[in-house]
Design a protein around this ligand. Sequence first.
Ligand code: LIP
Length: 266
Amino acid sequence: MPYSDLLSLARSTAVKAGELAALRLAEGVEVAASKSSPVDIVTEADREVEALIRSLLADARPLDGFYGEESDAAESESGLTWIVDPIDGTVNYLYGFPHYAVSIAVVEGGPDPLSWRALAGCVFNPATGELYTAAEGSGAFLGEKQLHVASTVPLSQALIGTGFAYDSGMRAQQGALVAQLLPLVRDIRRMGTASLDLCAVAAGRLNGYFERTLNPWDHAAGALIAREAGATVKGRGDAAPNHEFILAAEHDLALLLEATLAELGD
Ligand code: LIP
């Protein structure tokens, strides 16, 4: 399998990082600081887990670039860059809600989702032990089980995941949009962890997912996993997923969901 060495490194690193995150959670975590808003928080565990990931990756591949949520970016000398969210779903983690993940992806190029080519990715939920993986062209897996996106359904039968920004003004807009969408679909799920939402689409646990204002580290691995499971993963129109918008679903539903969101003013 191409990129098997990269995927193996992502997988082993994610498991070690997840074990550390779970250990720190068991010891008790507190807010270390807030970032873009009072509810956009970071814990010391986020920082410690990212430092571990960064160290393991640098030991194995010192010339690769690094782009993580909690530390400074490092330029790539190899042409590859690691895109890392040490604890995606930080608020879930802080509250002890068992739905958070270590998300690690390696891309050809730099940390720009509009231009990178994702090669391998891993999303690990330490609370459940679920380990999602994918390498470009080799399919997506939950453990050893190959994943396939759910078959298409009418929008009225679709279970749709989404999430909200940390900015209160943006949240008001997103809440108003969800209020309009809710009667048009089976139901809405807001689970708080973009990487796991994208893996849920890959696993057929969600029919679709969309969100705005995500950072590259939130979606780099999950988008590859969803795409390798057969989902359409996109930005608006022909754009690649990006900060402004990401949507993942089986192809026909993806186009219908995007058109519906546009009609609702998103
Ligand atoms: C989170 C995302 C989630 C989004 C949250 C937050 P974080 O990332 O995974 O989808 O709705 O607002 O951005 O901040 O926990 O790494």
